[in-house]
Design a protein around this ligand. Structure first.
Ligand code: NDP
Length: 433
């Protein structure tokens, strides 16, 4: 805290990891002797830069760009870019720190990183978005490379932005280096299932949790917060597995449709027309829109926060438990506050932490890198199957580590121990660097 003032999200993420690896540290004092905790919280490199751009009216704007290259013990730096006005050091550092362990848990050769800018894409024209992305990449490109640092999307960065970023990288370097960024369009090196991966992966993870109590998604009522990339494909997979999502949201409010969210309409509104969830109502008059509404007040069996950090607090958790929720899993990064997590633990409901449950996105990004390196392309079914196996592997590893260290069914402890152990061991083997 003294070294990194005014970074509350980063402190929160570090506290959670360090607290849950205490059983590991007790068994293995070498991690303390080797000063692994001090080393792992210090990013290997932090890049901050000016991003100037000109809007459609000719006015000049300046944003701040970030790339935190946190840890490369297991592979090239890997993690998304977030464009949102709330972006600052603490936010990018918490995301980068989480990413180290998430990537380790996938068992794929990727290090941890995160980046972005305090730029607000909302209400900007296509041309403004393009000019911003070009300016951003004009600085960032010198730090990237398919074996060095490979960004992807996150909040506010979808396939349109990845396209503009890749186009500018190619132009500056005069190289078609497909493996330098993931989440690309299918026409130029993107992978099947990357768009769907985080949401689908989340649902596969929850399905594994449900199996431990002899349950499935069939007939379950679900609430999914957010209505972006992760939320949309979470809804899609739940519907495919026989569950029903009755509510989604954006930062203005939520929509409740007791007959189940009309996914085609949601995709059209959000992905094609870039509109708000309230625009759903004229098409389905029976649905309800609640401006500034709290989505967690809606009774459900399964709750999946897929919007942003700290969106579900202690009171929300108590409401969900009171309403009979049986499982919660984090599609977003750190959406549940520590106090909310304590409520779920006390109530003994299933809980899937983000670094395990939402790892399907980055895992499929690693599959995209693998296809790019091999100059090959896998079909949808094959790639989805790989994703499913990866999520089952993540679940198994968390579950086994939780048992081994005396906290059966505590997937937070399992994920943190398993994720930390692999990175820490690799760091020890690579010496004091
Ligand atoms: P998108 O930009 O596609 O969607 C974000 C959604 O969350 C929007 O509905 C947005 O509403 C809402 N939201 C964002 N910020 C806030 C806020 N401060 N308050 C309330 N609602 C908010 O992002 P993604 O779906 O890609 O990401 C969602 C979460 O999932 C993030 O936490 C991200 O880090 C995490 N994640 C994403 C992965 C990916 O592959 N994309 C991989 C792993 C995790 P509005 O339009 O009103 O802002």
């Amino acid at each position: 805290v003294r070294k990194n003032p005014a970074e509350p999200e980063f402190h929160q993420a570090v506290r959670e990891v360090f607290f849950s690896i205490i059983p590991l540290l007790k068994k293995n004092p070498i991690y303390l002797e080797e000063k692994l905790l001090e080393r792992i919280v210090e990013p290997e490199r932090q890049i901050v830069f000016r991003v100037p751009w000109v809007d459609d009216k000719g006015e000049i704007h300046v944003n701040r760009g970030f790339r935190i290259e946190f840890n490369s013990a297991l592979g090239p730096y890997k993690g998304g870019l977030r464009f949102h006005p709330s972006v600052n050091f603490g936010v990018i550092k918490f995301l980068g720190f989480e990413q180290i362990f998430k990537n380790s848990l996938t068992d794929l050769p990727i290090g941890g990183a995160k980046g972005g800018a305090d730029f607000d894409p909302k209400g900007k024209s296509d041309k403004e978005i393009m000019l911003f992305c070009q300016s951003f990449m004009t600085e960032l490109y010198r730090h990237l490379g398919e074996n060095t640092d490979v960004p992807a999307g996150d909040i506010g960065v979808g396939s349109r932005e990845i396209g503009y970023l890749f186009g500018q990288y190619k132009r500056i370097t005069n190289k078609f280096e497909a493996g330098v960024i993931t989440g690309k369009g299918l026409r130029y090196g993107g992978s099947a299932v990357r768009t769907e991966a985080t949401g689908y992966g989340l649902v596969f993870f929850v399905d594994e949790m449900l199996k431990t109590i002899n349950e499935t998604f069939e007939g379950k009522t679900c609430v999914v917060s957010g209505s972006g990339n992760v939320a949309i494909y979470t809804v899609e997979k739940i519907h495919q597995l026989g569950g029903k999502v009755i509510a989604v949201s954006d930062s203005d409010g939520y929509i409740y449709d007791k007959e189940g969210i009309d996914l085609d309409l949601l995709k059209q509104l959000k992905e094609v027309e870039r509109r708000r969830v309230k625009d759903y109502i004229p098409y389905h008059k029976h649905a309800i829109y609640k401006p500034n509404g709290n989505i967690w007040e809606i009774p459900c069996d399964i709750a999946l926060p897929c919007a942003t950090q700290n969106e579900l607090d202690e009171n929300d958790a108590e409401m969900l438990v009171k309403n009979g929720v049986i499982a919660i899993a984090e599609g977003a990064n750190m959406p549940c506050t520590p106090a909310a997590i304590r409520v779920f633990e006390k109530a003994k409901v299933l809980f899937g932490p983000g670094k395990a449950a939402n790892g399907g996105g980055v895992a499929t990004s690693a599959l995209e890198m693998e296809q790019n390196a091999g100059k090959t392309r896998w079909d949808f079914e094959y790639t989805e199957n790989k994703l499913k196996k990866i999520m089952q592997g993540i679940f198994r590893r968390c579950s086994q580590a939780a048992i081994e260290y005396g906290f059966p069914n505590n997937y937070i402890v399992g994920a943190n121990i398993e994720g930390f152990k692999k990175v820490a061991d690799a760091m020890i083997e690579q010496g004091i660097v």
